[in-house]
Design a protein around this ligand. Structure first.
Ligand SMILES: [Cu+2]
Length: 319
């Protein structure tokens, strides 16, 4: 197994695609799918705990992308996928990057996905049988809003760049651009909370809000049933001591984003009613000045080794 892995890792230096996994190079099941026919159904549990399935994506254009951390051409096309996703998500584009990595590289795959706003998943959590045995990557499928397979990645160029995405995907998106574009169009991404220990009264939630709209918005309040209040906090360093300041809200610029990150700005859950348990989810209601209310599922994550939960250790004096 080890020598095969080395062999395939060398292969990727020679080819523009990555051949991974083992077994006969016969893509028998790939023949079962055809462009212009209904795309095989899929049901994928994402790295963040949410689901990405045929039912959830009804009416959406979907790019299903297979990759691995060791695949150099895959790594090269991820930024193009990210650019395309940011540009078109508001028009009904959904995307998932399914990692073919060995379980030993799961941490690496998770880390790499942190650079992207579209969700990631692991092959072990993906029911995608109808797409055939995945023996080479990168591999991408495009499904239109009616559930029809529009691009079968087994044929044609393996790679996707900006031009290929525009050519293969954009025709299926409904354009809401130009004069009728909404002034505010918000997407909430990558929300998570850290698990807490019994007796800990505060927890922190991090997320990103992307505004595709032409005017700025502001996050003005948040609430959750698991805490008495949700406050907006900013951290700063003063003489090597981190301090938190409470804000009345967070701005989201037009065509810009609000990033709430560990060690920086965050939503602080004050007065937790019970400890936040890793693996659970909490529901957070966000209220935007223009964008209205949004409910967000927030997966609760165990603290990574080496990650300093500064917000958790910090005392909330004077708040
Ligand atoms: Cu805080």
């Amino acid at each position: 197994m080890a020598s095969n892995t080395v062999f395939f890792k060398q292969l990727i230096l020679l080819a523009s695609i990555c051949v991974g996994l083992l077994g006969p190079l016969v893509s028998s099941s790939a023949k079962a799918i055809q462009e212009g026919n209904a795309a095989p159904s899929y049901d994928i549990k994402l790295m963040n705990g949410a689901y990405f399935s045929t039912a959830e994506n009804a009416g959406k254009v979907v790019i299903m992308h297979f990759w691995a951390t060791w695949c150099i051409p895959c790594r090269e096309e991820m930024p193009a996928l990210e650019r395309y996703y940011r540009k078109h998500h508001a028009e009904g584009l959904e995307m998932v990057a399914i990692s073919m990595d060995d379980p030993a590289d799961a941490g690496k795959a998770r880390d790499m996905m942190k650079a992207y706003t579209f969700p990631g998943a692991f092959m072990a959590d993906a029911q995608v049988k109808g797409y055939g045995r995945i023996w080479r990557i990168p591999l991408s499928f495009v499904i239109d809003g009616q559930g029809v397979l529009r691009r079968d990645g087994w044929y044609g160029d393996a790679g996707l760049d900006d031009a290929a995405l525009e050519k293969n995907v954009t025709p299926y998106l409904t354009h809401t651009a130009n004069p009728s574009a909404p002034a505010v169009s918000l997407m909430v991404h990558g929300a998570y909370a850290h698990a807490t220990v019994p007796g800990q009264e505060v927890g922190a939630v991090y997320l990103t809000v992307i505004n595709h709209g032409s005017s700025a918005d502001r996050l003005v309040s948040a609430s959750t049933s698991v805490a008495h209040a949700v406050q907006f906090h900013t951290m700063s360093q003063e003489n090597n001591v981190s301090r938190m300041h409470q804000e009345s809200g967070f701005d989201i610029p037009a065509q810009g984003e609000l990033n709430l990150k560990s060690g920086e700005r965050h939503l602080m859950l004050v007065g937790l009613k019970a400890p936040l348990k890793a693996g659970d989810q909490l529901t957070l209601k966000l209220t935007f000045a223009k964008g209205g209310e949004r409910e967000v599922k927030v997966p609760i994550q165990a603290l990574d080794a080496g990650e300093a939960p500064m917000e958790h250790m910090h005392h909330h004096e004077g708040m």
